[in-house]
Design a protein around this ligand. Sequence first.
Ligand code: GDP
Ligand code: MG
Length: 551
Amino acid sequence: MSSNYKSFISTMATLAKMAPSSLQDLSLPKLRIYRWLHPDQFIQEDFHAVFVDEQVIVGSPTDAERIFSNVVKRNSVAVAGVELGDEGKGRIVDNKLGALLDISGVEMAYVIRSQGGNNAGHSVEKGGQKLALHQVPSGVMYDEAVGIMDKGMVIHPEDLRSEIELAEEVVGDTRGKLILSGDAILVTDLERAEEVFNRKVQDKAAGGTGRGISPAYAHFTDRLENKINDLLADNWREVLGKRYDHYVKKFEAEELSLADTAVPDFMASKKKKAEVVRPVGTKEEFLDRLQNTRTWLIERDMVQNTFLIHQEAYEDLSKGVIFEMAQAAGLDLYNGTRPDVTSSNTVLHGIANGTGFWMPHMIDEKIGVFKATYTSSVGARQMPTEIPLDKSVRGPKDLDLNATTDEQFGAFTREFAHEFGTTTGRPRDILWLDIPFLNYNIQMSGVDVLAATHLDVARKDLKIKICTHYTDFEGNFVPYQPGLEHQQRVVPQYVEVDGWDAEDVRQAKSFDDLPENAKKFLAFVQRRTGVPIVIATTGPDRKNYLELSNQ
Ligand code: GDP
Ligand code: MG
């Protein structure tokens, strides 16, 4: 060890003086250790070189930990929404995952969800078949990928089972391809009933999805036993039985019946393509349903401690890692359009909390996804750039002759981009691209490049408006501030640019091939955000995807 140690130290001293760029060329397996050391530190501290499986770890354990938390893992990608959701994150993850697996030396990849639950939804496609995923990460579409549903997620096990069974009809057996953290937060029909209760009694939770997400997160903050591991523990029936009793009392105090309270039934809803509800049922019925799913979970052997998996993935360059965020920065619990926000951290720091391992700076490529020509919004929030469009308008044919150009764009977009809720079928709000909002979301989410999706959503004869800044009602400049209250007091100011033909965009094989107006549009947004747009999508299919190379 001692002669090894000496030669190691001298190599270190040489390497530490080299520029990081020339270090890259050496392709050292443990580049981060070499980069961190500085020659002076050899004099000041007594370092230990530890050899583990031919890899070198230097320093005291604390130093080693510090090294660990300061370095980027190559082959790692995070994908987050920077608007109000449904930007197309799922398909970007799908495209990027394919690219990761194509890197030579990468043998498999983890697709990691670290927040949200059944309130998310995105579509990915395989062999022409579309699959809607909610709790399951998109990795199921690839043979070499393993999906992780991590500890920051809220999981309704019965829904998970239904979702996996539906996914398996398209992708085949997923055993061994899906890992659920034992520390993930458990949602049951009780939390779903609680949303109904809150709405009735406290006039709270308006805008919630009814899927129990926000009560489940609240119980986590309350430190109740509501982890997947609590369902797997021997005393689970006792713990959840007591919780049922507690809920009964809470409901009875308001003259409500827990057993009769209707909650969403995911499987039935999927089959009918409409929201179907079922009663929570008696305590025995409630517990028996859970018992069924518990047995299924145990049989599938899906529940694991994910911490060790992260540690190993961080170390091992043959493993790619991709983080798939749900919802979007505009819906972040702390800094989204409060109060109409979701219950988790949708920005990249959500990954740190929700995995207990990955800080954003450890991730190589951080992609913010936005809908290029417009933004869509679901729920009650009123954003300043919303195009006033009646809910009854499903497409241009529903407009009358004196419709404004804004209404024409909104109606075209609703129809062309299918902007209707997946389960409810309700039309979504269509908004003009809002640069102040986008910029704030980019900053808070911690992304460093952008993916512009839906570039095909344009028409040659329709101008596109972009909100460049806000003023007050007297025309004085007003800076962006988070929170709906502020948003409702601003007047958006726009520039108008020429549209282009959707089909021309869809045909493009590279950024250069794009119609001039689409190129100008992207250049404008890039200038106003100051963030490189490296990906553009030109249609919903996997092949409608353009990426600028790193050169
Ligand atoms: P996510 O929640 O961000 O993952 O997005 P969703 O999958 O829920 O919603 C995005 C929708 O837009 C899906 O229906 C996609 O098929 C569709 N989509 C994605 N990219 C494009 C695109 O470039 N053009 C068009 N026209 N549709 C797209
Ligand atoms: Mg979605």
